[in-house]
Structures are given as structure tokens and as C-alpha cells.
Ligand binder design. Structure first.
Ligand SMILES: NC(=O)CC[C@H](N)C(=O)O
Length: 381
């Protein structure tokens, strides 16, 4: 069956359909990872986007639920050069085609993904409509023009209820803006007592959870669409050690008075070189972002740039001059991509232990993973 992808600039790609029979609209972006399509499809940061893989063969190792980065995919479409319908992998539980069908996501294959990527690199990411329908092209063009870009992705992907992943170690409140499971995995692996809270949890509600540190998660969309989170972070700044990842990094920067902007075509892939300015060392990192912290906006704030991207020199890491807080634009939890930056979670825990030495401990309570009438509930351990 035929599928079509029409871009905002009028470019039309006609290919073969896989996944769901549907029509969806989204921002068309590309990811340069050679493997990792399961993690990409299930990363909530891609919410509302139509994702093109530049690697030409996709689907060949099928789908294993354990590799998911969230409970369900939030992408609006999937574009590949060649779709392999029959997986060859002992871990595969089902096919990529079935996954996309299950969640109503259309896929298109057999189009020139090199041309599409070059267009996005040259003109910047743009809206597109992906359809298996037979509508006239004028109709599609009109619908595309009339449909605005999504703005509420964080509310769509964040947990609706507080939940906890108990541990004996430091209590971390993970603010979920559309968090990848990898972040929770890295914290629990280190014995942390993690409480995951919705994106709109207030500073007071977080204080009542007696955290040792605050982890700000990744998440979809424009950081300026989540002003309530910026306010919460600015209220907690200085009080608790903070570690922010990707959207968490951007929200932290806004909370500290810096500014963010949209990149032309973003960074999405598993091999982005990042330079740590203090040591001159280069790390290969996993990335997925369309926005960035503006370099000039950091001047005059209490922030210091710690890392930059070696390709385009954009900001990749920040730390606070006076408070225990640091953030990165890339993904130390990898998934998919190299694990080289996993040490940042250890650095966060070291920072928490250091902070504890000079700050009195609040009494720690057990957290029940329930909410009642929107209230956070506690029980004495
Ligand atoms: N992975 C992320 O957290 C992405 C952050 C933000 N949505 C961006 O695109 O820049």
C-alpha cells in the first residue's frame, strides 16, 4: 500500500506504507543513529514528531519491550529508507510494523531519506503530513497549513501521578517532564530512593518529600511552554542539589535567567562529540534536542558553561557558580548511544553527599505511590 509524506515547503515523497493506516501531522526531524530505533520510537522527547532514520535499514532486529524508554511511543510517524518486516533477533518479541499498528502510528518506507535529510539540514526542520489516505494533495496541504505545532507535549508525556521506586540510598525527586526510563534506571542502579513526580508538582510539594537531590528529566517540546516548571526550579535552586538532563537543562537555564532558542535542525543521534571545557576532553554522546541555551544569554547570570558541542559549538553543559547544580544537554543515560557519560550520575550523588555535610537533614518519610484528591500522601516508615 502507498503512503505519502508531504512537507510544509510542498515537497512530496511517495513510498510504501507500514505500521498503521492513518494520517498524522508533526515536525519532521531526523536521527543519525545506526541502531536504536526502539529507544528512539519510545523516547517521549519525540512526542508529536515524525522521525526519519538516516541509517537505511530499519526493523531488522524487531522489538523487545525491555528496550523501551517509556510505557508507549508518542511519535507521530516513522520514516525509513528500507523497512525489514522479518526480524532476526532472539530477543525480538514482535515486529516494528506491529508496534506502530498497535499505537496508530503510520510509517513510510522506500523514499529517499538522504534527500529528505539534506532538505531538513538546508532549510531546517518543518511540519509534515504523513498519510496512507487518498486525499488530493491540495487538501493535505491545507490541513497541514491549518494545523499548529503541538505545545502541550510535557503534560501529555509526564506521569499523571506520583510514584516511587524505593531504595536504601539517597532520596531523589525525579521531576518527570516526559522522562526516559533510562534516567530512573541509572538512579535505581545506584541504590537511590526515587520518587517520580508530575511536571506541575510545586516546590512545596517537593519539599514535603524530603529529597536529598532533584533530578530534572528530559522531555519534549519548547522549554518556554513549561513556565510553571521554570518557577518551581528557581524556587528549589540552592536548597537542594540539582542535576538536569536535556529539557531539564534548558528549564534550569531559564530558571537562572538565561534564554533558549530553536536550532535549525537539532541534534539527534548517538555520536555527537562534546568537549568538557575544564579538561579539554571529548565525549561521544547520545543526543535528541531541537532547542539550545543561547550562548550570549549566559553572560551576567550565575551560570558557567562547562561543555560545548564540537560540531556547532552550542552549549552542552552548565553549572551554577554558587549552588550545587549542574546540567547537560545530552543523554548520560544513553539509550540509545554510548554510556561514556554515565559517570555524571555518580558526580550528582557525590555532590549530594557533599551538600549533606553542611546542611541539616530533614526527617525522611516513606512515600506512598498514591494520590488522593490530588494530594501527595505520606506514611511514617
Ligand atoms: N530530549 C530532550 O529533553 C529534548 C529537549 C527539548 N524538547 C528539545 O527538543 O530541545
Amino acid at each position: 500500500m502507498e503512503a505519502r509524506l508531504l512537507l510544509e515547503d510542498g515537497t512530496l515523497f511517495t513510498g510504501l506504507s507500514f505500521g498503521a493506516e492513518a494520517e498524522t501531522i508533526g515536525e519532521v526531524v531526523f536521527n543519525t543513529g545506526i541502531t536504536g530505533y526502539q529507544e528512539v520510537i519510545s523516547d517521549p522527547s519525540y512526542c508529536g514528531q515524525i522521525v526519519t532514520m538516516t541509517y537505511p535499514l530499519v526493523g531488522n532486529y524487531g522489538i523487545a519491550r525491555d528496550d523501551f524508554e517509556s510505557i508507549r511511543p508518542f511519535i507521530h510517524g516513522f520514516v525509513v529508507r528500507r523497512h525489514e518486516p522479518v526480524p532476526s533477533n532472539w530477543r525480538a518479541q514482535y515486529t516494528l510494523d506491529r508496534l506502530l499498528k498497535e499505537y496508530g502510528i503510520p510509517g513510510i518506507s522506500d523514499i529517499d531519506t538522504r534527500m529528505l535529510t539534506r532538505k531538513l539540514r538546508h532549510y531546517g526542520t518543518m511540519k509534515g503530513v504523513l498519510t496512507t489516505g487518498k486525499e488530493r494533495i491540495e487538501e493535505l496541504r491545507e490541513r497541514l497549513a491549518l494545523t499548529p505545532m503541538m505545545r502541550d507535549q510535557v503534560a501529555r508525556t509526564s506521569t499523571k501521578q506520583l510514584f516511587s521506586s524505593p531504595g536504601e540510598g539517597e532520596r531523589i525527586v525525579l521531576m518527570d517532564f516526559g522522562a526516559k526510563s533510562g534516567i530512573l534506571r541509572e538512579l535505581t542502579k545506584r541504590g537511590c530512593d526515587v520518587v517520580v513526580v508530575p511536571h506541575d508538582t510545586t516546590a512545596d510539594e517537593i519539599r514535603r518529600l524530603a529529597p536529598d537531590g532533584i533530578q530534572l528529566s528530559n522531555g519534549p517540546g519548547d522549554p518556554k511552554d513549561v513556565p510553571h516548571a521554570v518557577k518551581t526550579i528557581s524556587e528549589l535552586l540552592g536548597e537542594y542539589p540539582i542535576f538536569g538532563i536535556c529539557l531539564g537543562h534548558q528549564l534550569f537555564a531559564l530558571a537562572c535567567g538565561a534564554d533558549t532558542t530553536k536550532l535549525k535542525f537539532g541534534h539527534r543521534g548517538g555520536n555527537h562529540p562534546v568537549k568538557e571545557l575544564e579538561t579539554g576532553r571529548c565525549y561521544i554522546t547520545s543526543q535528541n534536542h531541537g532547542y539550545t541555551v543561547l550562548e550570549d544569554s549566559v553572560n551576567g547570570t550565575d551560570l558557567v558553561v562547562t561543555h560545548i558541542n564540537n560540531n556547532d559549538k552550542t552549549i552542552e553543559g552548565l553549572k551554577h557558580k554558587r549552588y550545587p547544580a549542574f546540567t547537560v544537554q545530552y543523554h548520560p543515560e544513553a539509550a540509545p548511544g554510548p554510556y561514556d557519560s554515565g559517570y555524571l550520575f555518580d558526580q550528582f550523588l557525590d555532590m549530594i553527599r557533599e551538600h549533606k555535610k553542611s546542611n541539616p537533614q530533614r526527617p525522611r518519610q516513606a512515600v506512598l505511590a498514591e494520590t488522593l484528591k490530588g494530594e501527595l500522601q505520606y506514611a511514617q516508615k
